[in-house]
Design a protein around this ligand. Sequence first.
Ligand SMILES: [Zn+2]
Length: 453
Amino acid sequence: MMSKVVPLIQELIRNKCVNTGAPDSGHEIRSATTLKKFFSNYGLDAEILESRPGRASLIVRIPGRDSGAPSLMFMGHMDVVPAVAEHWSSDPFSGDVRGGYVWGRGAVDMLNITASQAVGFAEAYAKYENFPGDLIFLAVADEEASGRLGARWLVENHWEKVKTDYCITEGGGFCIPGKKHPGIAVTIGEKGVLWVRLTARGVSSHGSLPYCSDNAAVKIAKAVYRLNAHKTRMILTEEYRDFIKHLDLGGVSRLALGNTVFLDAYLKSLYHRNAGLARHLHAISRMTFSPNVINAGQKLNVIPDEGIIEMDIRMVKGQNVEDAYREIHKALGDLASQFKIDVIDFFPSNVSPVETPLFDASQEILGGVYPEFRPVPNIFSGVTDARFFRMKGACVYGFTIFDREMTFSEYSRLLHGTDERISLKSLEYTCDYFFRLPEVFFRRIYSAENQHF
Ligand SMILES: [Zn+2]
């Protein structure tokens, strides 16, 4: 399969489907065309759907033999985030193979998986032809800018074409090192996301007379400081407790992580040893505030009458917009009455169950590659296209198998980072996982029901 996947990921990288967030960026039609050609070599017909010219997604569905059987989807995105060439050691869109790695923007997020899914899917078709349930490959546009022109658009406008019961996509597979029981993350859900704009008013006047002025920029500055320093209420969800239970930690550490009184002090000390894990545990144990855009003032000699803060809020399972407003009011204190809050975007946290044939099948395949590793159910602090499918009732996991170098810290560093690259070893494992998954998944369902596959 390596002779198939390497040229395919190279071509996807070279297609340069850079999503700047502008509706006319992305140009995913290039990679959709690449994939359509790839599948036609196997006699598979792929359908391309465009949400607007150039913003293409591609679907291949192999109909199942049994109309009552559940369906399984592989979903990957084709777009990548921009890359600043001067910061890279070589051309970010070369797709070159050097030192055992394929280099380029998208090598980890997530052309490696999209290419491996395509190869695994096509090879499974070549070997088995079909399965009890539908097997679907979906490559989407616009994941890097909220999916409005990709997954979200497909789910809202073409659900009949993309519907599935189970789905595997990005966001997991990295190693969580441990001495006794190292784990591999299976991402079962995501935090909720709420983007808000806070607006403060002041009174415009001359910059030469600041005494007792009503300066909106000053209100913004105070508010940003308070929002950033605010400690939101910790909520140790069942998924959080399950995650820490799987970490390879001593009893004292585990106790501290499971107790809201000691948690933050423990994270502070953990940060110096494992910054990535500390950040992750902080994120999945509470609502987070990140005031990322501030704006006030137009001219140097004019006291501004308006200032805005745009803040990225991420919420744990069960929290809603009202909960966030309450926390914002607490953080702002006596400044709260001076701010108007508008919601820019909101999507609630979403989580899939763990007791499923898809989890068990993934565990079985993982056990064959790394017998000593355990799959660890994980909540992703960010968002992926998985959420649109979860809201439709599908069970979606972010999972794949990488080589052992792909630790959580390494994964976080490469994601949208410079010199993004994927090892050939990882590509081999990932391809093999997607090739084997349909057979193992449907076998498990059918053996559970004592039926033959
Ligand atoms: Zn991605």
